[in-house]
Design a protein around this ligand. Structure first.
Ligand code: IVH
Length: 709
């Protein structure tokens, strides 16, 4: 860094600190970062370099000294929180685990915050030093080796890109699952963590210590991330920018049932406790795996600096084939005695560091911007780029999300833009190269009218997106609502985009109910239709009449109502009449339905045209009431049944049957469970627990006999 005066450095330090605090807030609290990790790290490095030049300017609350916090401070609380963080989570000390925080009455009293109990970490939850340079990694190893008598063993591990979690097991049972929070205290999200299949509530028999903590990362595999975002897009909600944000957002949901649907996973990589009986970190993790805890099969112990760099080189490209996001490699001194001697700085351990992979970026000119209207009327700006190779594909288009994002980037047509592909399928523009801005670069004209039907666009106050409000007259929206209605998870009608286009363009369908009026003669007269395809299509329409009520609710396309919400509604409101009469207030009393969703549902049912549609669909014989609510018998009255494994019908339907026969379907086996209803491949933990507690295990046939089916 070139020479800089002290007063200029002070100003820059202040500006960078403020900026980094804001980015920390966007990342940890809002789960919506506006710059890439790489850009963040560059700014952090600049701040570190300035502070190294002028150590007297280092403030205790500098972002270089404190870890980012995922706790959302109330505005008036923010100042106090920052002051508390300024004390730093740990003092400079020598221990293999950070010194336990002193337990004062104030710190031990659990406080309610954003719906979760706040718990003070027994050992502060620190961060890791990081670098993007292999030379730095070599230097890190060489320095420690020079000071400690030669080549050392390192545990080389993937750096999982998720949310840090601290699990506590007491007598083999999971008692607490706490987020990093501000490093000193975090939120207890135990109920949500218990829905993650790979995390055992009870450890396998073994010689586990009576109490220990194990830390790791909760992440969302790409597959779960893609389907969550697809659903979000479908219901007109802003998709998550990447799997990490999706994992963080999911973990803090108020409803564990919803969390269970999110497909989260976990890997654990750091054990802590008093007098743990292990000589090395890898032994501790091996033991954890033997007790049934999820650990990474990709970790390896390697000797010497060069072997560490070889591990990095090996995974640099191969990691792209992993089913989850990783953003680097973590290396840890394997010897726990040596870890103890090396100790911690205020922010991170001296016995570990991270090498971060640079995200692949491409720099390319922005040719134009298209504005696309989706099914729910949301407008998405899409950038058309000069085609450029990136991570094995040629990128031509990238999402610009919304107007706020465009303003933030201050993007102009003709600009050279940086494109990145993270975990997400659609590449995104992360920055504009201002040095290459052409003189004639033009500010884009954000449309005020729907590009499809010309209706003035509206913007909801609380959302960043613009919408075309012409739901019933905008051709794109109408056609998209047919595609959604016919989709597999909705009515499962054999009609894709091309068929809908054809039927719509010929004027054969305008309203969803028109589908049920189509005749074989009409269809046979159309281009490309044969007898067989007509019959299949009509048969699928017939079948759709027995699709359960919850799927009908989903199919009609109420904004913000995805599959999960539709299910919740069908449970809470046994038929369409009760649902359509519910006020926004009543709806928001329903568990998992927030005020925005409630208002959207109530508004939908206030519209005369929608009510007419419901009537027409009812006339055509679609399901307008919950079957599960129908009381079929009292055969299972007072019985609490846990369902596990694969059955001839879906698990949801099985639970519906339990309830229809007077029983209760519960999630986990306890002393109060009457039966474990086990299908094919039931969960090991559930079977074991039922056996331990003497809970009767029954199969599908026995169950069907019990309910006289
Ligand atoms: S060890 C004392 N190992 O990366 C710090 N952390 O950027 C112990 N992370 O805070 C952390 N994969 O949330 C460790 N294999 C791994 C990791 C890992 C991901 C996270 C963790 C950490 C952050 C630092």
């Amino acid at each position: 860094m070139s020479k800089i005066s002290k007063s200029a450095a002070r100003e820059r330090i202040e500006a960078l600190s403020q900026e980094l605090r804001r980015h920390n807030y966007n990342y940890y609290v809002l789960n919506a970062p506006v710059i890439s990790d790489f850009e963040f790290d560059l700014k952090m490095q600049e701040l570190q370099a300035l502070e190294a030049m002028f150590p007297e300017l280092v403030r205790p609350d500098s972002p270089t000294q404190v870890v980012g916090s995922d706790i959302a401070p109330a505005p008036e609380e923010k100042v106090r929180l920052e002051a508390r963080q300024a004390k730093g989570p740990a003092t400079d000390q020598a221990a293999t685990t950070p010194a336990p925080a002193p337990a004062t009455e104030a710190t031990q009293a659990p406080a309610k915050h954003t719906g979760f109990e706040q718990i003070t970490h027994r050992y502060p939850m620190l961060s890791l030093g990081n670098t993007y340079s292999r030379e730095d990694m070599l230097a890190f190893c060489n320095k420690i080796e020079a000071e400690n008598g030669g080549a050392l063993d390192y545990s080389c591990e993937m750096k999982f890109d998720g949310v840090a979690i601290c699990l506590t097991y007491v007598n083999g049972r999971l008692t607490q699952a706490v987020t990093r929070g501000d490093g000193v205290k975090g939120d207890n999200v135990l109920a949500n963590v218990l829905t993650i299949k790979s995390i055992p509530q009870l450890l396998k028999p073994g010689d586990w210590p009576s109490e220990f903590e194990i830390r790791g990362e909760i992440f969302m595999p790409y597959e779960a991330f893609d389907s969550l975002n697809a659903e979000k897009e479908e219901i007109g909600e802003q998709p998550f920018a990447n799997p990490r944000n999706a994992a963080a957002g999911s973990l803090k949901l108020q409803s564990s049932e919803q969390v269970a649907q999110r497909g989260l996973d976990c890997v654990l990589y750091h054990m802590l406790g008093e007098n743990l009986p292990f000589a090395t970190h890898s032994d501790a993790i091996k033991a954890a795996a033997a007790w049934g805890l999820p650990t990474s099969p990709l970790s390896e112990v390697r000797r010497g600096a060069q072997a560490v760099v070889d591990y990095i080189d090996y995974w640099d490209t191969r990691r792209k084939a992993l089913p989850y996001a990783t953003d680097g490699v973590v290396i840890k001194i394997n010897d726990l005695q040596l870890q103890k001697r090396l100790g911690f700085t205020a922010k991170s351990p001296r016995w570990a560091t991270a090498y971060k992979f640079k995200p692949e970026q491409a720099l390319t000119p922005l040719l134009s911007i298209d504005y696309q209207i989706g099914r729910t009327g949301a407008l998405t700006p899409v950038a058309n780029l000069e085609p450029v190779p990136l991570s094995g594909t040629i990128v031509k288009r990238a999402s610009l999300h919304n107007k706020d994002q465009m303003d933030l980037l201050d993007i102009r047509i003709g600009d050279w833009v940086y494109v990145e592909k993270g975990g997400e399928i659609i590449p995104k523009i992360t920055a504009v190269e201002l040095k290459k801005r052409p003189a004639n670069a033009a500010r884009p004209d954000f449309p005020t009218l729907c590009p499809d039907c010309g209706t003035p666009l509206v913007r909801d106050e609380d959302e960043a997106r613009h919408y075309c409000p012409n739901r019933t007259g905008c051709p794109t929206q109408i056609k998209a609502s047919f595609v959604h209605f016919a989709s597999r998870d909705a009515m499962d009608i054999l009609a894709g985009e091309a068929t809908i286009d054809q039927l719509f363009n010929l004027g054969l369908i305008r309203r969803l109910s028109d589908l049920y009026t189509l005749s074989k003669e009409q269809l046979m007269a159309l281009e490309g239709w044969q007898e067989k395809s007509c019959e299949n299509f009509l048969a699928s329409l017939e079948r759709s009449k027995s699709v359960p009520f919850e799927r009908v609710i989903y199919a009609v396309g109420i904004r913000h109502v995805g599959k999960t919400t539709a299910k919740t509604l069908a449970k809470a409101f046994p038929d369409i009449d009760r649902l359509s009469e519910a006020t926004a207030d009543e709806l928001s009393q329903t568990e998992d339905i927030g005020p925005i969703v409630a208002a959207s549902i109530a508004e939908w049912f206030c519209n005369a045209d929608n009510l007419r549609l419901i009537e027409e669909l009812r006339q055509h014989g679609l399901q307008m009431q919950s079957l599960a609510r129908e009381q079929l018998s009292n055969a299972l009255e007072g019985k609490s049944i846990v369902v596990s494994g694969v059955f001839s019908i879906s698990r949801e339907d099985m639970k519906g049957l339990i309830e229809a026969h007077g029983g209760t379907a519960t999630g986990s086996v306890s002393g109060k469970t009457s039966y474990l209803l086990a299908g094919d491949k039931p969960g090991d933990a559930k079977v074991k627990k039922a056996t331990q507690l003497g809970v009767e295990i029954i199969d599908e046939d026995t169950f069907f006999k019990m309910i006289g089916r």
